[in-house]
Every structure is written in structure tokens, then in C-alpha cells.
Design a protein around this ligand. Structure first.
Ligand SMILES: Cc1ncc(COP(=O)(O)O)c(C=O)c1O
Length: 394
């Protein structure tokens, strides 16, 4: 199904998906696919989850939208719930990951000015991905998302990921830094995991320098890595946390959470969003967060991820093209030695949805509700594809 009515931002589409249930998706020809991607880390509870479907249906019969001129009870409830889960103090709701990160960047700038810095600068990382708006693509690390959009937004300085001494060296020559924006695990960049003590050291450095530590949990949040937020694997609380993707299980919503001094900088008129935190999206998100808690999905994500990764490590051990199997919980990367984009289409032909990122990394982001048999089937389908993969195949 091709059309000239859509801007050509996504290239050729792989199929027309018309229905989903649990970990399964069906196309318009009746073909069935096992979902190893969750719509890019979005549908952690799988598709057509009854609790989400009912919450959205029920809310839509009462009030879908009213604007932030009015109190929205389920927005308040969701904010309080997220604060209780995260240890943060305040929440701003938007509609996407990029919008959550825009809020974080604006908080950093206001904070910097408050600290007497004329050109507040945010430290960002090589290989990072923070979104496609002008500020967030400027903060992102890959030239691919920036090329052609110059002039980029200024006020960012870049360091290698997982390298505290490099940050210290850069900081020694830059008194304008007021915040660090970092993914606890880099997702789009290729599932890169920092050392276990990285966030702790970063937090200590930020405290010493009076910088805000801002964790981009757009992809890692909402249970995916085995804790509600990935920073909770470390014994820290950031100053700002952004999340989106899995928060509404498919209904668009993003959130920027703030704490300590960061919680006090945004005042009336400083930021806003027409749709942000409207009754419909908050109903979906509240139902999602409640299910993640009630169904113990953080723990499940950890167990499921281990099950998938340990099988992959064993079965791919002797495959020459496989350099690494890494990840945490249901965020898994298989690093190949060569570009492997064709594996996406090959997997579709076998009834499996996966993703390839950073050219040569197979990325798995399965729904956290996946059953053991389904996880084993995912491995069963994927291993021969990788084993037989030749980069010139399409
Ligand atoms: C870490 C991270 N930040 C931000 C974004 C941007 O989110 P969105 O596409 O909802 O704007 C993404 C999307 O992949 C992401 O992975």
C-alpha cells in the first residue's frame, strides 16, 4: 500500500498490520507475526491488553480532552504514582519522548541561568539518541539525524559514553555546563550498557559540580530493563527523568519528572502542551502503570530477558558473525560483525518482528508479558536467521 499523500519519512513499509493480541500481530493477508519489538519499546503489555482497552474506552465515553486550564484528576493521580515509583517530586506531561526531553533541556537552561551561567550548556554523549525535534536532534550523537538540519541548536557539549574522566577533562575547560543528559542504556545507538558504577559516579560528579543529572528513560523506562526505571539498578535519584514509549502502552504520552532544585525552576507560562496529560492519555498510562505493578512485570522483564539472552548466548556462541549478546531485561542487542538490515525482512518472512539498529545490531524489545514458550519460539525463529545470514541476501 503506497501513497504520495504521506511524507516519505519512513521509506518502504514492511506490511500492513491490522490486529494484535498479546505478543502476536496479524497483517491484512492473515499472516501472523511474533512481536519481538513491541512497536519499538512501546507495547510492554502486549497488544489489546483488556485493562488498557477498557480504561481508554471508558474514559472516552466521559471526557477525552479539556486542556490544562482545568484540573484533571487522573493526571494528578498519574503524577503522584510516578513520583512514588521514582522518588522524584514533580511531573510535566507531554506527548512523546522528544517532547519530554525538550522539557528537560528547558529545565536545564532555566536552572543554568538561575545559577548565573550566561550560556547554559548540557553535556550529552556520543552515540546518544534523544529525539527528532531540533533541540533533541542537536543533543543526539549520530550525524545521521542531524545532517541537513544545520544550524543545530547550540548549548550542547559532547563526551564519550561511559567515560567519567573524559567528562571531567571537558568540564575543566567549560564553566557553562549545568547539566548532563544521558541514557542509562543507549537504545537506538546499539544497546550500549555502561559500567555498573557509571550512573553512581556521574551522580557524584554532578553533585560536586552542581550540575543536574538528567536520565533519558524514554526507551529504558516503564519496567523494560527489570526495574521500573533503569537508574533504579543504581543507588541514585537523578534530578530529571524523562520517559514516554511504554508509559501509555501505545497511547501517546510523555513525561518529564523533576527533583531537588530542578523541580522548582518551571513556573506558570514557562512551558506547556495542548494535549499533554489529557484525560484519555492519562487513563491509558494509569492503567499501564497499575498493570506493570500488579502483574509484577519489572521482575518478569528481568527473568524473560535472561531466558532469551542465555539461550542466544549458548546457541550463537560458535557463530563467527556474532560478536556479542548484551542487554538488560527486555532490552537486548545482538552485535554482528557486519551490517544486517536485511535480517528485518528475513525475520518478517519467518513470522517474527525484530529491529536492526546502528547498522549491525539486532535489537529485541519484546513485550514484558511474553510467555516462556513464546520467548523460546522467538529464539527458535531467530537463531537460524542469524546463523545463515549473509549480508548480500535481501
Ligand atoms: C532514548 C530515547 N529518547 C528519546 C526518543 C524519542 O522519542 P519519540 O520518538 O517518542 O519522540 C527515543 C526514541 O526512540 C529514545 O529511544
Amino acid at each position: 500500500m503506497s501513497t504520495k499523500a504521506l511524507m516519505n519519512t519512513y521509506g518502504e513499509k514492511a506490511a500492513t498490520l491490522v490486529r494484535g493480541e498479546g505478543c502476536w500481530l496479524w497483517d491484512d493477508h492473515g499472516n501472523k507475526y511474533l512481536d519481538g519489538l513491541s512497536g519499538i519499546a512501546v507495547c510492554g503489555l502486549g497488544h489489546s491488553h483488556p485493562a488498557i482497552a477498557n480504561a481508554v474506552a471508558e474514559q472516552s465515553t466521559r471526557l477525552t480532552h479539556c486542556s490544562n486550564f482545568f484540573d484533571i484528576p487522573n493526571q494528578v493521580e498519574l503524577a503522584e504514582k510516578l513520583c512514588a515509583i521514582s522518588g522524584m517530586s514533580r511531573v510535566f506531561f507531554g506527548n512523546s519522548g522528544a517532547e519530554a526531553n525538550e522539557a528537560a533541556i528547558k529545565i536545564a537552561r532555566l536552572y543554568g541561568h538561575k545559577m548565573g551561567i550566561k550560556l547554559p550548556t548540557v553535556m550529552v554523549m556520543d552515540n546518544a539518541f534523544h529525539g527528532r525535534t531540533l533541540a533533541t536532534l542537536s543533543a543526539s550523537g549520530g550525524r545521521k539525524v542531524q545532517a541537513g538540519f544545520e544550524p543545530l541548536v547550540s548549548g550542547f557539549v559532547r563526551a564519550p559514553y561511559n567515560d567519567i574522566p573524559a567528562i571531567e577533562r571537558i568540564a575543566a575547560n567549560n564553566a557553562n555546563i549545568c547539566a548532563v543528559l544521558v541514557e542509562p542504556i543507549q537504545g537506538e545507538g546499539g544497546i550500549h550498557m555502561p559500567d555498573d558504577d557509571y550512573l553512581m559516579s556521574l551522580k557524584a560528579l554532578c553533585s560536586e559540580k552542581k550540575w543536574l543529572l538528567m536520565a533519558d528513560e524514554v526507551q529504558t523506562g516503564n519496567g523494560r530493563t527489570g526495574k521500573y526505571f533503569c537508574y533504579q539498578h543504581s543507588d541514585i535519584i537523578p534530578d530529571v527523568v524523562t520517559t514516554s514509549k511504554g508509559l501509555g502502552n501505545g497511547v501517546p504520552i510523555g513525561a518529564c519528572l523533576s527533583h531537588n532544585l530542578a523541580a522548582e525552576v518551571l513556573g506558570p507560562g514557562k512551558h506547556g502542551s495542548t494535549f499533554g496529560g489529557n484525560p484519555l492519555s492519562c487513563a491509558a498510562a494509569l492503567a499501564t502503570v497499575n498493570c506493570i505493578e500488579k502483574q509484577g512485570l519489572c521482575q518478569r522483564a528481568a527473568v524473560l530477558g535472561e531466558r532469551i539472552m542465555s539461550q542466544l548466548r549458548t546457541r550463537l556462541e560458535s557463530v563467527e558473525t556474532v560478536l556479542d549478546v548484551r542487554g538488560r531485561g527486555c532490552m537486548i542487542g545482538i552485535q554482528l560483525s557486519k551490517p544486517c538490515q536485511p535480517l528485518f525482512a528475513q525475520a518478517m518472512r519467518e513470522g517474527l518482528i525484530i529491529n536492526v539498529t546502528a547498522g549491525s545490531v539486532i535489537r529485541l524489545l519484546p513485550p514484558m508479558i511474553m510467555r516462556d514458550e513464546e520467548a523460546d519460539l522467538l529464539v527458535e525463529k531467530l537463531v537460524p536467521l542469524i546463523t545463515n545470514f549473509e549480508s548480500n541476501e535481501t
